[in-house]
Write a protein that binds this ligand. Structure first.
Ligand code: GLN
Ligand code: ZN
Length: 755
C-alpha cells in the first residue's frame, strides 16, 4: 500500500527559502548560494518524506517562485518581454514574477491570481495565438536526477495540460485557447518522454479544474489530450483536489490513466462513485489526510471506514494527502510555545506524513501494539476537544432571532439621520484604515514583543504615532478620519490574538506567493470576545479632533477565511460566533461615541465555492454573518465595509443585501469598470470607489483622479459617492501617501466646484 505525497511545502520550516530569495533579489547573495539553500531544503523535505515511509518522492513541488511558472518555463511559454538574450534561466522566472531580477531588463510582471479557492497565488501563463511549446527549461529534470542521486524514486508532479490551459490567459489577437491544446499536449508528451528516459515510473498530473463545473468544450478536451499522452512510457496518476469530481465521473473513468487520486476530505461522497468504475489494474489514491488544514486526523475512524476497501483493493489502494501540503505549515516540532492542549490537536505538513504511515499501520496490522497506541491517542485527543466547548457562546447563538440581523430602519431613513448628524460635504473624502507601517513602528512592536519596551511605553509611543497621523489628515483636509492602525501587525492576527477560542503559532507560515507567507490564526474552539479590542484606540484618536474618526474592525467572514478553522462545526456556525464577537465590539464603539464604524471584508469573495451551483448557500450565510456583526447599532451610526481584489458582477445582489451604509472598493486599476455592476443593479447605498492605486509607488495626479471621479459620477448618483484610495496605505511611505492624498483632496474640491 503506497503512501502518496502530493507535494511538500518548499518555504522551509524557518522560512529559509523566503530569506534566501529576498537576499538574492537584493543582491546580497549569489545565484549559486540561493540554489544551494534550495537544494538543501529539497533534500531535507525528501528525507522527511522518505523517513515517513513514502517511496515515490514528489518532484516539481519545489519552485523558486511558483510551480505553475516553473512549468510555463519548462514548456517555453514565457512572454517575449521577459526573455533575455540567451536561454530561459532562473532570472527569467523572476522577471516574469516580479518584473525584475538581478540580471536582464525590467518588464511588467505577469498577472498573479489565486489558485482556485486557496490563498496561494500562481502566475497566470500568457499564451498567444502562435504559441509554440517545447521543452525549454531543465529544472524539473535536474531535480528528478537530484532525488535519484540520493537513492530515491522520483514521482514528478505537474499541472496537467487541460488545467494549465484553463488557468492561462490569451494575449494579442483574439483566439480560442483550446486551439492550442494539441501543441501543448505534444510538449507534455516530450516532457513525459524525458522522465521515462530518466527511469521515472509514475508521473502525477494534476487536473484540479475537474472540480469545477466545466462547459462541454472543456470536458471534451480531456479525452483527446490523455489519449495522446498514453504512448509515454510512464504511468500517469491523474490527481484532482479541492472538491468533488463526481459530476465528471464518466469522463474521468474513461481516461487512459494508471491511477486516480481523489480528495476525500472535501468530498468523501465521491469515493463510492469512482470505486465502482475503477478499471481492473487501476490504482486509487485516497486523499484522506487534509492538506489544507492543521488538525490532526481522526485516524481510528478513518481506518474503520477504509478497511473494507483496503481489503478488496489491496496494493491498488494508495493512501494520500487530500492535496499538496503546500497550504499547510511545515513542522509542528518547532512550535515550542504552544499550549499543550492545543498542540496535541495539531498536525502540520511533516506530521501529516506521519499520519499516512499510521493509517497504513491501522489498516495492515490493526491488532499490533503500535496500532493500539495510535487509537488510544486518537480517542484521548477527541475527548480533550469535546470538553473545550463554551456553553455560553452556544446558548447565545441558539437564542438569535431574525431581528438581530436587521438594522432598525431602511437605508433611506438611516441615510437622512446620518446626514443630519455628520453634515458631510458632497463627495466626502476618507481613507481605508491603515497608514504607513514605518520601520520605526515595526521596531516598536518588535521591542515590545521581546519585552524590551513596557506596555505603557509602547502605548505611549503608538499614541504619538496616532497623534501624528490625525494631524496629517487634518492638514490634508480629509473629511472622515482613521486612527491609522499603527498598533496592528495584521488585520486578522490583531483580532485573533484577543479572541477566546483562537490560537497562534510562532512559525506556522504558509506560502501565499513568491517569498510572501501568511501565518493564519487557529480557530480551535467556540469564539468569544472577553473584552473590548479596539475601543481605547478609537476613543483616543477621536479625542484629538472634532471630525469623525472611523472605528476600524475586521469582519467575521474575512477572519474565518484567513484562519485555519475547526472542522467539527460548520463554517457557517463559526462565522456566526465571530460575528457576535465583532457585534459586541461595534456596540462598544458606538457606546464610546464612535459614530462611524468600518467592518472590513476583503476576503468576502474568496469564500465562494468552486461550483457556482453552491454559491447561493455560501452568500446567504456570509451576508448574514456580516449583517449580524453590523446590525446592533442605532440608525445614526454609519456602518462602512471595505472590499478589494473583487469583482462584483456576479455577487452584487449579495453585496447589496449586506446593507452597509457605505462600501469602499478597489476600482482605480479597472478605471471604474467595477462600478458597472453597481450601476446596473441601481445599488441604493453609498459607495467609495478607489481613485488611488495604492499597490503602485506612483503618485496619482489631480487630473487623473478628477477623471476617475467623473467616470464614477457618470455611473453613480453624486449623493451616493465617496472619495478614497483603493485600500489601506500600510505598505506605502509617507513620502508617497501625503502628496497622493493631497491630490485626492484637491481633485475632490475641483469636482465639487465644477458641480
Ligand atoms: N483597514 C485595512 C487597512 O487599511 C483594510 C485592509 C484590506 O482591505 N486588506 O489596512
Ligand atoms: Zn483593501
Amino acid at each position: 500500500m503506497q503512501l502518496n505525497s502530493l507535494g511538500f511545502p518548499r518555504i522551509g520550516r524557518r522560512r529559509e527559502l523566503k530569506f534566501a530569495l529576498e537576499k538574492y533579489w537584493r543582491g546580497e547573495i549569489t545565484q549559486a548560494e540561493l540554489k544551494a539553500v534550495a537544494s538543501e531544503l529539497r533534500h531535507t523535505h525528501w528525507q522527511w518524506q522518505a523517513d515517513a515511509g513514502i517511496t515515490l518522492l514528489p518532484v516539481g513541488d519545489f519552485a523558486f517562485y511558483d510551480q505553475v511558472l516553473t512549468l510555463s518555463a519548462t514548456l517555453n511559454a514565457i512572454p517575449e518581454r521577459h526573455r533575455g538574450e540567451g536561454a530561459i534561466d532562473l532570472d527569467t522566472l523572476f522577471r516574469v514574477a516580479r518584473g525584475r531580477a538581478p540580471s536582464g531588463k525590467d518588464a511588467a510582471a505577469s498577472e498573479m491570481t489565486k489558485y482556485f479557492n486557496t490563498n496561494y497565488h500562481y502566475l497566470v501563463p500568457e499564451l498567444n495565438a502562435e504559441q509554440d511549446f517545447n521543452v525549454a527549461y531543465e529544472q524539473l529534470f535536474d531535480e528528478v536526477a537530484e532525488v535519484q542521486a540520493l537513492g530515491h524514486q522520483a514521482k514528478p508532479v505537474l499541472l496537467g495540460p487541460v488545467s494549465f490551459l484553463y488557468l492561462s490567459k490569451t494575449v494579442g489577437q483574439d483566439f480560442d485557447k483550446l486551439s492550442l491544446l494539441p501543441r501543448l499536449v505534444a510538449a507534455y508528451a516530450e516532457i513525459l518522454q524525458r522522465f521515462a528516459l530518466l527511469g521515472v515510473e509514475w508521473v502525477q498530473l494534476d487536473e484540479p479544474v475537474l472540480a469545477l463545473e466545466l462547459d462541454n468544450e472543456w470536458q471534451a478536451a480531456f479525452s483527446p489530450a490523455y489519449e495522446l499522452l498514453k504512448a509515454a512510457k510512464v504511468k500517469l496518476l491523474l490527481a484532482s483536489y479541492y472538491g468533488s469530481i463526481a459530476h465528471h465521473q464518466p469522463l474521468v473513468s474513461a481516461l487512459p490513466v494508471a491511477g486516480l487520486h481523489l480528495d476525500l476530505v472535501t468530498a468523501p461522497e465521491q469515493l463510492a462513485v469512482f470505486v465502482d468504475a475503477l478499471a481492473p489494474e487501476q490504482v486509487l489514491s485516497l486523499g484522506v489526510i487534509n492538506g489544507r488544514n492543521v488538525w490532526a486526523a481522526e485516524l481510528d475512524l478513518l481506518a474503520e471506514k477504509l478497511s473494507p476497501l483496503a481489503a478488496s483493493l489491496g496494493e491498488r489502494l494508495w493512501l494520500g494527502t487530500s492535496c499538496s501540503l503546500l497550504h499547510s505549515p511545515v513542522d509542528l516540532e518547532v512550535e515550542t510555545h504552544l499550549a499543550p492542549e492545543l498542540k496535541q490537536q495539531l498536525a502540520f505538513a511533516r506530521q501529516k506524513l506521519g499520519e499516512l504511515g499510521q493509517l497504513r499501520e491501522l489498516l495492515k496490522h490493526p491488532a499490533s501494539a503500535s496500532a493500539r497506541t495510535i487509537i488510544e491517542t486518537c480517542v484521548a485527543r477527541r475527548a480533550a476537544k469535546a470538553s473545550a466547548a463554551d456553553h455560553e457562546v452556544q446558548a447565545r447563538v441558539a437564542a438569535l432571532t431574525a431581528a438581530d440581523y436587521e438594522r432598525d430602519s431602511d437605508f433611506g431613513v438611516r441615510q437622512q439621520k446620518q446626514q443630519q448628524k455628520y453634515r458631510l460635504p458632497l463627495l466626502p473624502t476618507t481613507t481605508i484604515g491603515s497608514f504607513p507601517q514605518t520601520p520605526a513602528i515595526r521596531g516598536l512592536r518588535s521591542r515590545w514583543r521581546k519585552h524590551e519596551l513596557t506596555d505603557a511605553a509602547y502605548t505611549e509611543q503608538l499614541q504619538q504615532v496616532t497623534r501624528d497621523t490625525i494631524a496629517r489628515q487634518l492638514k490634508l483636509g480629509i473629511d472622515v478620519l482613521v486612527h491609522g492602525e499603527a498598533e496592528r501587525n495584521d488585520m486578522v492576527e490583531y483580532f485573533g490574538e484577543q479572541l477566546e477560542g483562537v490560537g497562534f503559532t510562532k512559525h506556522g507560515w504558509v506560502q501565499s506567493y513568491g517569498s510572501r507567507c501568511v501565518k493564519p490564526p487557529l480557530i480551535y474552539g467556540d469564539v468569544s470576545r472577553p473584552k473590548a479590542m479596539t475601543v481605547d484606540w478609537a476613543v483616543f484618536a477621536q479625542s484629538l479632533t472634532d471630525k469623525p474618526v472611523k472605528g476600524m474592525l475586521t469582519g467575521p467572514v474575512t477572519i474565518l477565511h484567513w484562519a485555519f478553522a475547526r472542522e467539527d462545526i460548520s463554517r457557517d456556525a463559526i462565522a456566526t460566533q465571530l460575528a457576535l464577537a465583532i457585534r459586541d465590539e461595534v456596540q462598544d464603539l458606538q457606546e464610546a461615541g464612535i459614530g462611524i464604524i468600518q467592518i472590513d471584508e476583503p476576503a468576502f469573495r474568496e469564500g465562494l465555492p468552486l461550483k457556482q451551483s453552491q454559491w447561493q448557500h455560501y452568500l446567504d450565510w456570509a451576508v448574514n454573518a456580516f449583517k449580524l456583526s453590523a446590525a446592533g447599532v442605532t440608525d445614526e451610526t454609519q456602518i462602512h465595509t471595505h472590499m478589494c481584489y473583487s469583482e462584483f458582477n456576479d455577487t452584487i445582489g449579495a453585496i447589496a443585501a449586506m446593507d452597509a451604509d457605505v462600501i469602499t472598493i478597489e476600482t482605480s486599476r479597472s478605471r471604474m469598470e467595477l462600478l458597472n455592476a453597481f450601476e446596473d443593479f441601481e445599488y441604493p447605498n453609498e459607495i467609495g470607489p478607489g481613485v488611488y492605486d495604492i499597490h503602485s509607488p506612483n503618485i496619482p495626479t489631480v487630473e487623473a483622479m478628477v477623471q476617475l471621479l467623473e467616470k464614477a459620477a457618470a455611473k453613480i448618483p453624486l449623493r451616493q459617492l465617496w472619495v478614497n484610495p483603493d485600500c489601506g496605505l500600510k505598505t506605502r511611505t509617507w513620502e508617497e501617501v501625503e502628496p497622493a492624498l493631497n491630490n485626492m483632496v484637491q481633485a475632490t474640491r475641483e469636482l465639487r466646484r465644477k458641480l
